[in-house]
Design a protein around this ligand. Structure first.
Ligand SMILES: O=C(O)C(=O)C[C@H](O)C(=O)CO
Ligand code: ZN
Length: 276
């Protein structure tokens, strides 16, 4: 498991591109027939990617994190960003179409992922956070997510946010997870930008052409930095950091959050004029 220790806003002022990317960007999540996890010390979020192609992939050991199982004291959200696939938790199989999210409750021991077709493999993106309560495993189909229409086409930021792991849709201990889609022709996500001191966040950008990039902005409002993001890359947003981005072509992203609360609206918007 790769480990990211996070960084303070004061340190980030002096980071060059490479250092910034190694602290906040997680690339190469999806490799054929491999499971990749990154353990971050940003609210102890674990990010993962699994792309079964020719064979199924099994994980769940807690050896690397000091617990009997990976999810002995954690919950997890698994979003399918690729072709149809199955996730089997301790013998119970769930079928995930593209853009379905599976909530996996604390206590799961063995997780096996598989693709329905090697030609269109599933791409399972995972967020796991410490949990202090048990909630049942639950599949949330795309159609069950709660939509929220935001932005305006004339400001190039029209988008639909879909809440999946959320108290009003599928309860969890502290994980929140959803997917945001940009309307055709709109490029800007998360407008106006915001910070949320009580939660950290991670984005995974997907459904992008290989030649496109999202220019993702982060940092303290008065000290922003940018990261060039490719399809399938994830980026960490600590509580002190704004997060927003603009794509050079169509894109979508999975957002996941954890922290003190699950109040989606507990955010402090930042006026664009305050950004530097
Ligand atoms: O486009 C958006 O706006 C978002 O998707 C916002 C994220 O969900 C977010 O930052 C939640 O705090
Ligand atoms: Zn946010």
């Amino acid at each position: 498991m790769k480990v990211l220790y996070g960084a303070s806003p004061e340190d980030v002022k002096g980071y060059d591109t490479e250092r910034l990317r190694s602290a906040f960007l997680i690339a190469d999540l999806f490799a054929a027939d491999a499971v990749n996890f990154s353990y971050t010390h940003v609210d102890r979020l674990i990010l993962g990617g699994a792309m079964p192609v020719e064979k199924s992939l099994t994980f769940g050991s807690g050896a690397e994190i000091g617990t009997p199982y990976l999810l002995s004291a954690r919950e997890m959200g698994i979003a399918n960003l690729g072709g149809k696939g199955t996730v089997t938790i301790d013998g119970k199989a769930f079928t995930l179409q593209k853009r379905d999210i599976l909530y996996v409750g604390r206590g799961a021991k063995e997780i096996t992922v598989a693709s329905a077709s090697a030609e269109a493999p599933a791409r399972f993106y995972m967020n796991s956070v410490p949990a202090g309560a048990d909630f049942p495993h639950r599949l949330i189909a795309k159609a069950e997510a709660k939509p929220l229409d935001l932005g305006e086409a004339r400001r190039s930021n029209k988008r639909r946010l879909a809440m999946y792991i959320h108290p009003e849709v599928a309860p969890s201990c502290l994980l929140l997870m959803g997917i945001t889609d940009l309307a055709e022709g709109s490029v800007w996500n998360t407008m106006p930008p915001h910070v949320h001191e009580r939660r950290m966040e991670a984005y995974c950008y997907f459904d992008m052409a290989d030649t496109d990039r999202v220019i993702h902005l982060m940092g303290k409002p008065e000290e922003t930095r940018h990261l060039l993001i490719a399809n399938g890359d994830a980026v960490l947003s600590p509580a002190w950091s704004i997060h927003m981005g603009a794509g050079t072509g169509p894109y979508a992203f999975v957002w996941g959050m954890t922290g003190e609360n699950q109040e989606y609206n507990d955010v402090a918007p930042v006026a664009l004029a305050e950004l530097k």
